[in-house]
Design a protein around this ligand. Structure first.
Ligand SMILES: Cc1cc2nc3c(=O)[nH]c(=O)nc-3n(C[C@H](O)[C@H](O)[C@H](O)COP(=O)(O)OP(=O)(O)OC[C@H]3O[C@@H](n4cnc5c(N)ncnc54)[C@H](O)[C@@H]3O)c2cc1C
Length: 419
């Protein structure tokens, strides 16, 4: 029997109007933010409405990176993820958090693009780089002219990334002092389609065995076109499909001495970058949850079954309340912890609590929303399915739910379960 040839299936238009953005802020958690903070949030919201939502489902379905959006993010000064860049306005942590919430409310891949480029790669250079490195990279990265990756995770070291095995050895090649890097990295955003990768590697003794390695984790800026650098895009992902992660092989990759980040000479430097981004991931989780909640609310008021809108049913109203309750708790938590961060008082354990609580909450809210949209809940055009899938990556990256629970557990009990 002949069967029809497979065709490219387009993304269906939404069945229901789920688009009207509003302030989902029942406890008025962000009602009193300064006007410039609010303006930054609204800039991100407008960007999502005008630039992201009209195109993102197609990119997601085709598993393509929206490089044109990267440029536009830069034009709106949203690509640097609030990281300080000379000559650009300082963005407060609250403003950046609210912007992350808005961008994730639109799409998780786009938010992750900002997180990788600004939050991880650019931040590593600004935090730990020499003045010359900052001068060379910061502004071009904010403009989106140089795309950066952050390579910590390895195929055999994910949660225990502190045990990473990628090595750096001092060497002199063609009369130039530098380092040779060897190893593998996995899950590296922009690692196959960017320009540079901040590689975290252990400095071990050189071939001469001169005792010139300290065994510590150091950071290096590696051009992606360096000989021996191979970045292969990981295919078949069911989450964050509009940003590529790479499997990177480093085979005898030489970088000159000035590629080393002078301030990144132990794993503490890596942790400092991750500490700064953990709260941002929590904000992103709030954005996903808000998107799912507002889609469920809109759908239940528009969808009629048994002669009435779904929203007229007691069970449906209870579920909407449950979702809003979770969203509100998440918002109050990230808002308060961001205030502590702005005062320089946020602890690592509190940042873990934010990530743990908000990614858990987002998963719950997305799950309820997916169900409330019935069959339409699995259609890309109705948004919830994309958020539902994307939250799975947030749940795992920048410290899994379990890892963050163990960090908090160690603080509560005084007993480390890691060793
Ligand atoms: C979409 C995506 C993007 C990413 N982007 C980047 C990036 O740009 N750069 C980068 O460096 N990395 C990136 N990562 C990697 C990410 O940080 C790791 O996936 C994460 O740290 C978890 O590591 P793993 O996947 O190896 O899981 P594993 O560490 O193998 O964990 C598997 C499971 O075991 C649990 N587990 C592990 N140890 C324990 C324990 N002691 N007790 C109890 N449970 C435990 C974990 O919580 C998890 O549930 C990305 C990952 C994804 C999925």
């Amino acid at each position: 029997m002949s069967r029809p040839a497979p065709t490219q299936i387009g993304v269906t238009a939404p069945d229901y109007d789920l688009s009207a953005p509003s302030d989902v802020d029942y406890a008025r958690a962000f009602a009193d933010v300064a006007p410039e903070v609010r303006e930054h949030q609204l800039r991100a919201r407008r960007f999502v409405q005008d630039e992201v939502l009209p195109v993102i489902d197609g990119y997601w379905e085709r598993a393509e990176v929206p490089f044109d959006l990267v440029k536009k993010l830069a034009e709106h000064d949203l690509l640097r993820d609030g990281v300080d860049v000379a000559g650009r306005p300082t963005v407060s942590l609250m403003a950046e958090g609210l912007a992350s919430m808005e961008i994730s409310r639109g799409d998780g891949s786009v938010a992750t693009i900002c997180g990788v480029q600004g939050g991880l790669a650019l931040r590593s250079i600004v935090m730990h780089g020499s003045p010359e490195q900052v001068e060379q990279y910061a502004e071009p990265m904010a403009r989106g002219e140089i795309l950066g990756a952050f390579a910590l995770t390895e195929p055999t070291h994910g949660s225990d990334s502190v045990s990473l095995e990628t090595t750096a050895r001092r060497t002199v090649r063609d009369g130039v002092e530098g380092y040779v890097l060897d190893g593998e990295k996995k899950w590296i955003g922009f690692g196959s389609c960017g320009d540079i990768t901040v590689v975290w590697a252990r400095l071990v003794d050189s071939a001469e065995g001169a005792g010139d390695g300290d065994g510590q984790v150091h950071g290096f800026i590696v051009p992606q076109d360096a000989p021996g650098y191979t970045g292969t895009t990981i295919e078949g992902k069911m989450s964050l499909r509009a940003i590529w992660q790479a499997h990177i092989e480093l085979d005898d990759v030489f970088v000159p001495a000035d590629a080393a980040l002078p301030g990144a000479t132990s794993f503490k430097a890596t942790s400092a970058v991750l500490f700064a981004t953990r709260l941002t991931v929590a904000w992103s989780a709030v954005g996903h949850a808000v998107a799912c909640y507002e889609a469920a609310l809109a759908y239940s008021t528009q969808r009629v079954q048994f002669g009435k809108p779904l929203a007229a049913r007691q069970m449906v109203q209870e579920r909407l309340t449950r979702m809003l309750s979770t969203v509100t708790q998440m918002q109050l938590l990230v808002g308060r912890l961001t205030e502590l961060a702005e005062a320089g008082e946020l602890t690592g354990e509190q940042a873990s609590l934010a990530k743990y609580t908000c990614t858990r909450g987002a998963r719950e809210v997305a799950s309820i929303a997916r169900d409330m949209l019935g069959g339409n809940g699995i259609l890309l055009g109705n948004r919830v399915a994309r958020h539902f899938a994307d939250i799975e990556a947030l749940h795992t990256y920048e410290g899994t739910e379990s890892m963050n629970a163990l960090i908090i557990g160690r603080d509560l009990t005084g007993i480390s379960s890691f060793a």
